[in-house]
Design a binder for this molecule. Sequence first.
Ligand code: FES
Length: 320
Amino acid sequence: MPVVTYKDNAISVKQGDSVLETLEKAEFTIPFSCRAGVCHSCIMQTEEAVPKAAQEGLSASQVSQGYFLACSCYPVNDISVRLRGSVDFSKGKVIKKTLLNQTVLAIFIQVDFRWFPGQYLTLWKDEVNGRSYSIASRCDNDKVIELHVKRHEQGLLSRWLHDDVVVDDILTLSLPLGDCFYTEDHHNKPMIMACTGTGLAPLYGILQEALLQQHAAPIVLYAASGEPGGLYYREVLQSLAEQNEQFSYIPVVRRRAQKGMLEQDIIDVVKEKHPDLSGHKIFICGAPNVVKTMQRNCFFQGAAISGILVDAFEMTKVEK
Ligand code: FES
């Protein structure tokens, strides 16, 4: 049975346990969020070899420095591990907070690093409590990131951000990750964007980038919610649609549709309206079950796997 050594404690790894589970069972507190190898909250460092799956998604530089993801590491040999240092963290200053609807807060943070809209980063309340959020703003000279935070009554981070964090507070952030963003090779391809809830955040960022780069093919954005009150940025998106003839915005609700909305399941909407998705770029973000089903449907409707970009973090993020 392999042994994990952490802070001079040697702990045997139980069959089927990850390094994260092993350390938690030994009552150590290790940061985590998704527990699925996506958010990188649980990143640790070792001098020993780890299974390849424990380093999936890390950069070559991180791999060469022995970083690995504790939630995805099922050791086959003894390893000594430690938490990473502060090198991958940064600070940001809160410059504005705005409610977008009854439960979604937009928080604007001045930072000094660069990002691609659609990437995500982790915000830390303290050393062990962090949560990842997708970035809804473009990176320009002001370097202000915009995050959309849905309030969850059981969510430590969301309650803190809604209720306690104020303008001028300095927050700790880990640097942006993720490959769900707009690139030049998208330029001439029709784009379908579909989201539920705050899955709109990365799509709003990607949309702004695409329009700024004068995307040449049609872009359709479907933003879904149970009821009209769950939607947000409707006026902003409608106004973008009026100013950019290649862009269409279609709000979709399950109940109580208002003028200009579809009352239907977003999965069915995309399936019915886009029977042939070959050559398209697809961006899907939001509730896990919806994202998974739409990803599969889009593939069967002709989209290339590489042409379907999913906010995978949104699929797995879990509030503590
Ligand atoms: S990657 Fe391990 S907790 Fe998210």
